[in-house]
Design a protein around this ligand. Sequence first.
Ligand code: 2NL
Length: 355
Amino acid sequence: MTNDLSDLQRETEAALAAATDLRAWDAVRVATLGRNGRLTALLRDLGRAPPEQRRERGAALNQLKDALTELIEARRAALDSAELDARLAAERLDPSLPPRPRETGLIHPISRTMEEIAAIFGAMGCTVSDGPDVESDWYNFGALNIPAHHPARADHDTFYLPPRGNKPAPVLRTHTSPVQIRTMLNQPPPIRTIVIGRTYRADHDATHSPMFHQCEGLILDRDLTLGHLKGTLIDFLRSFFGIASLPVRFRSSYFPFTEPSMEVDIGWNRKTGELGQGGDWLEILGSGMVHPRVLANCGIDPREWQGFAWGMGVERIAMLKHGIPDLRPFFESDIRWLRHYGFNPLAPTMLHEGV
Ligand code: 2NL
């Protein structure tokens, strides 16, 4: 091999050895084999060599090219594996570390309570009805025997929407009763149904949220009595709170849409908050025999059909069952509260026990 070729080989070897990263390595590769590289220049000059030298010089150059290409690729492989070794050393696994927590969602207490209510009344033969949150004045008030200027309207702190034409302004439903009005208009008795859903009143403090949930029920048949009402609600309350001996008391009351009307209390201990004993009474829901005028408003003959209805606040019974002291965090989406009061979706519940 002529001197200039062995010089090139030696110098390239030295430059490769000095290249300790891929960037420097690539500079050597370009300076040797690139378009303006040293070997490329020598190959180009071959054409100008005297013909008798060309053969021998050409063979030597090709051999050198193979040797340099091999050297350069070998250096690249060495640099690659050094880089991998360095990463493996730096990123070593530590099998003693605790596993990262796997984030699973929890069931919101309102959702769980609604599921439980539906499971209990479902087992008694009720369907679950639903309807719109925006209602007409008639479905929300009039059909329920709450006429304009009736004092009960003032208690409802109604959210009104802009009126359309000269009809009364639509409202955000203040209770779930309009859904039952729709049910009575859409299907003939007998009826056994519950409604669970959002309701709205313009009221906001520690015990009131402008959006809250209600559950109402409506049972209509030919010969239902106050006795059926009492049995149904006693069974529900004992099942929901999981206390077979839960004391339940019925107290005469007034609602425009039921006659007679009864408020329902359960036994508890006012001092400790414990349910089921303690000698104190806590109001838990309202109920009554459906007012004949409400049946007539829905095209149902009150001489042939009668029945009972009830209503309760979902937040309230969820708070009592689970010892949740404040209503406001229900709808604040504070992840700490949700972790504390949420329900594991995979854990067994009373819903699996055939209530
Ligand atoms: C309460 C009281 C109640 C009803 C709701 C009702 C519905 C129809 C006809 C008659 Cl369509 N009644 N619902 C009856 C009595 C009481 O709710 O304190 N709710 C939180």
